[in-house]
Design a protein around this ligand. Sequence first.
Ligand code: PLP
Length: 288
Amino acid sequence: MRQAGAVSDERVVAIWRNGAAQRSAGDEPVISAFDLGLGRGDGVFESVFVSGGGTPHLADHLARLHRSAELLELADPGEETWRELVDAVVGAWPVDRAGVCRLFLTRGLGDGHPPTALALLSPVPAEVLRQRAQGLSVVTLSLGVPAAFRAEAPWLLGGAKTLSYAVNMAAQRHAHRLGADDVVFTSLEGQLLEGPTSTVVWSAGGTLHTPPLDTGILAGTTSARLFTRAAEAGRPTSVTAGTVADLHAADAVWLLSGVRGAATVHTIDGVARGDAGLSQGVRALLAQ
Ligand code: PLP
């Protein structure tokens, strides 16, 4: 029989209940079928990279989770709660094993009920490890929204990392059907936005570029870290409203996320491209 809290199934969960983090095995039911996170995707989440038995960038993710919760008018149970939940799952995880810790905050059962807060820890998917090592191919797909629209449309929840990722997942499946690994979303006018689970960064003429946040994209914690460290190292950075043509003309293109790191894009819309030997330097900046 499996022991509660054991890592035997390679996943571990902790839910906030009665003022404490309660751990359970990964496949045990922990939330109500009536939870609005399930029925409506009404909630927010974070994916935090776990390495060496710790979460080196947790504070950045908790800050973003707080912003996402504000955008959805959801009560954030606060940093202490999240840290207890993270400690509960990371404490049951082998120190030498990398993982992904997902933090979920949902509207719970709705009016008058507390939100649902839980953490779940699972292995880094093999495909993510492959893309980190070998790079990836992308297709560009339109999100169908003008670049300036989401800044004026708070109901579209631009900038929030919501649980409603069905469109993002469908875009990735569409890319797979086209023979590509992932997607770069563009606005209605063809301006670069982001990947379904990543930030787009490109290097041109020695400057690192990434699209502006007022397009409604998510503020990536990894790209923010890269840009801070690049600036500290005296390397120019720029927030740029680029197009797909800029990606084709760039010296190198990456998709960034906490779990994937900086994955080199080796093909865009079927056109092969190089990285001018820049990926190693970018990864070294992130690893500092
Ligand atoms: N953009 C989207 C839509 C994402 O889902 C993610 C990753 O979760 C990112 C960007 C990259 O964010 P981070 O670097 O904080 O992992």
